[in-house]
Ligand binder design. Structure first.
Ligand code: ADP
Ligand code: MG
Length: 706
């Protein structure tokens, strides 16, 4: 890596961005394309042809050899199929490059090989990818060479969405029109477009590659299935935002340089609370581009780690007893003329608009709490949510006491009493340190959905998950709520009175979801139950909310997903839950059987031999320490043996269940507890056995090495 890279020279160098398009397309075509990108008009083949030619020239000049439609099937990962630009050679044997508008706009592949939830049983296997011109194409560069990646949506032969991007784009359209409708109803006419914005804080662990490869559990499942914390416990205060060591620093530098080349505005990096845990965060962008970028961030973190003899772990809970990783998803709505609809605003009129919007969001989240919970559910997150380190599994909204007072006052058509205006200036007491204004509300790390001044921070999303579902749900539920408010205001004689009435009704009916206290406390669990809030404890239980009657009518009403698409997604989620737990259970059996139990058997045999040897050498010697240890380990080994047999039996029982929902619950209720039963005695044995005899690198080896 060159020493002094100038960021302005490399930033976006691998991106076919608007600047590049403007320079390479005719003025007329660029204008048309810009209109399509900004307001979603239909794309004609002439435009596509001209863009394809320009994109191809740019990519070939940059050294690209292939192109691919880059898409996000329902696996949670991105997918690509490379096609070389070269076509049949000219008569004189010279290379000919080919890339048409048709190839840019449409790709075709076998949809049956991707999760489709039965959507293909009734239709053909063919699937199509379609160019998403709102997210710029880029050249991916690594050992395979340079590949032009064209962001696309993916659908079945019948046009049913088979990816994460299509519903996201549809939800962006829906929230755009609903927000504009609401703004117009309120008499704000300056904005032409409203874009949902997203900023995702990505947490990850970084460990040594050699040790990672010695842990088959990490390799197969992304998390450790055995192991406990060593004597040096998690000392969060020491690690969080502590000085970054050089090995991690070199990794972060390489990641930033790569990301900047892809036009990803990576901005913040720091050590996180757990040992070997870190965070990277880019500047927020439109929800669509941020979603694409987050996929790139995850890919680059893994690739750069690999190049540096490290392994980057994105799993939500790689280590038992150690803080897990999340992906706080910051979300707001911003107009083309720069108004953040989630900013409190300065004038009275802006303030009222903000309070109305806030009350609509409170209504939306309360009404669709199950869906919101689902949008952040995945198997890995089950090990994280609900512990005292991550948001609780009950959905609530934090808005801070000051804002709550103001909202309650607005609900009664009044203004809050003056005494709220406490001193907002903080003075440090040191003359040369300047005084500063404090934020209007403090942070509340225990809330799953927190208002943070000008945006919401949705803290439940898992670190390995795409942010697409969370954003799709937030956009959709807001769109519905905004449309309902707009309708009332449009038909009201006295619009201002109508606004106050809506705020009143929203708070009266849905204010129960607002909670500003400690979300980790026992009292909150009881209080949430009293308020009738849903406590959906895990992914399996959350899945059915995707096909709850209110979810189906929501998504159909605003045109984001049809009932058929939702039912397919429901099935895919159950399948994915089952698949992952199946892999975890099988990996556990494999590691216990092939590595741990043989090592323990050998260790106990050596111990027995040593006891006999000692006794033989000196008949009066006291061997009680060894004998006690041998008895203890042997009894734990028997426990592990029993649990192993039970786990194997449960796995074969699961194999015979055909209903996918039933299977998911069987894994959750019967297989998962047995996995824990197998783990527990083996983890204790690890603590009692000689380190050299234990076949896996320990937590200490993994976490205090990099
Ligand atoms: P925290 O203090 O919560 O760790 P960070 O500053 O690390 O927050 O990250 C906050 C994220 O929120 C960044 O990605 C930032 O760009 C994003 N963000 C800031 N303002 C907005 C907004 N209006 N809408 C969406 N995301 C935003
Ligand atoms: Mg945050």
């Amino acid at each position: 890596m060159s020493k002094n890279v100038k960021v302005e020279e490399i930033f976006g160098s691998r991106v076919f961005d608007r600047g590049e398009m403007k320079a390479r397309l005719s003025k007329e075509t660029y204008k048309k394309l810009e209109k399509i990108m900004d307001s979603g008009a239909e794309l004609s083949l002439d435009i596509a042809d001209e863009v394809a030619a320009a994109m191809k020239d740019w990519a070939i000049e940059k050294g690209a050899t292939h192109f691919t439609h880059w898409f996000q099937p329902l696996t949670g990962f991105t997918a690509e199929k490379h096609v070389a630009f070269i076509d049949s050679p000219s008569e004189r044997g010279k290379v000919v490059y080919e890339f048409s508008g048709k190839e840019l706009v449409r790709g075709e592949l076998d949809a049956s090989s991707f999760p489709n939830g039965g959507l293909r049983a009734t239709f053909e296997a063919r699937g199509y990818t379609t160019w998403d011109c709102t997210s710029p194409a880029f050249i991916k560069e690594d050992a395979i060479g340079k590949i032009l990646c064209i962001p696309t949506a993916f659908c079945s032969y019948s046009g049913a969405a088979l990816d994460l991007k299509t519903p996201l784009l549809r939800s962006m359209q829906a929230v755009n029109s609903a927000s504009l409708r609401l703004l117009h109803a309120l008499g704000f006419y300056s904005s032409k477009r409203v874009t949902p914005m997203a900023g995702a804080e990505q947490e990850y662990f970084l460990i040594s590659k050699d040790k990672f490869l010695k842990r088959k559990d990490l390799v197969y499942t992304g998390r450790t299935l055995f192991g406990t914390m060593p004597a040096k416990d998690q000392d969060s205060a020491a690690h969080y935002s502590g000085a970054i060591n050089e090995r991690v620093g070199a990794f972060m530098k390489a990641v930033n340089l790569e990301l900047w080349r892809y036009g990803v505005p990576a901005k913040i990096q720091h050590n996180e609370v757990a040992p070997s845990q870190h965070e990277i965060c880019p500047v927020f962008l439109s929800a669509n581009i941020s979603t694409d970028h987050n996929q790139l961030i995850m890919e680059i973190l893994k690739k750069v780690a690999d190049r540096n003899n490290l392994a980057c772990i994105l799993h939500e809970k790689p280590f038992d007893g150690i803080n897990g990783s999340g992906k706080h998803t910051n979300w707001s709505l911003i107009t083309d003329d720069g108004i953040n609809l989630l900013s409190p605003g300065d004038t009275e009129r802006d303030r009222l608009r903000f309070l109305l919007i806030l009350s609509c969001l409170i209504k939306a989240v309360d009404r669709h709490a199950g869906l919101v919970r689902l949008s952040a559910s995945c198997v890995g997150n089950d090990y994280r949510l609900g512990g005292n380190e991550a948001p609780p599994s009950v959905i609530s909204i934090f808005i801070g006491e000051k804002l709550e007072k103001e909202l309650l006052a607005a609900a009664e058509n009044s203004v809050p009493s003056e005494d709220d205006d406490e001193n907002t200036l903080i003075s440090t007491g040191v003359s040369f340190l300047s005084s500063f204004n404090k934020d209007s509300s403090d942070r509340n790390r225990t809330s799953p959905f927190a208002f943070v001044g000008n945006r919401f921070e949705f803290r439940m999303v898992g670190s390995s998950d795409s942010i697409a579902s969370a954003n799709t749900v937030l956009n959709s539920i807001s769109a519905q709520s905004f449309n309902e408010a707009a309708e009332i205001i449009e038909n009201a004689e006295n619009k201002e009175a109508a606004v106050y009435r809506i705020i009143h009704d929203n708070i009266a009916q849905h204010g129960r979801i607002v909670f500003n206290g400690n979300g980790y406390s026992e009292e909150w669990r009881a209080e949430a139950e009293r308020r009738g809030l849903k406590n959906i404890s895990g992914a399996a239980a959350a899945i059915e909310y995707i096909v709850a009657p209110e979810s189906i009518s929501l998504f159909e009403e605003i045109g984001v997903l049809s009932e058929e698409e939702l039912r397919a997604r429901c099935e895919i989620r159950y399948e994915s839950f089952v698949r992952q737990l199946h892999i975890e259970a099988l990996s556990m059996v494999n590691i216990a059987q092939k590595q741990l139990i043989p090592a323990i058997v050998k260790y106990t045999r050596d111990m027995a031999l040593s006891i006999s040897a000692v006794k033989k050498a000196c008949s009066g010697a006291d061997t009680s320490v060894q004998e006690n240890a041998l008895t203890y380990i042997s009894s734990l080994l028997r426990e592990a043996g029993n649990a192993l047999a039970a786990l194997e039996k449960a796995i074969s029982r699961a194999d015979s269940i055909t209903d996918v929902r039933e299977k998911a619950f069987f894994f959750k209720d019967s297989v998962r507890p047995l996995m824990q039963e197998l783990r527990a005695p083996l983890d204790i044995i690890e603590k009692h056995m000689d380190k050299k005899s234990w076949p896996l690198p320990s937590y200490g080896d993994l976490l205090f090495d990099v």
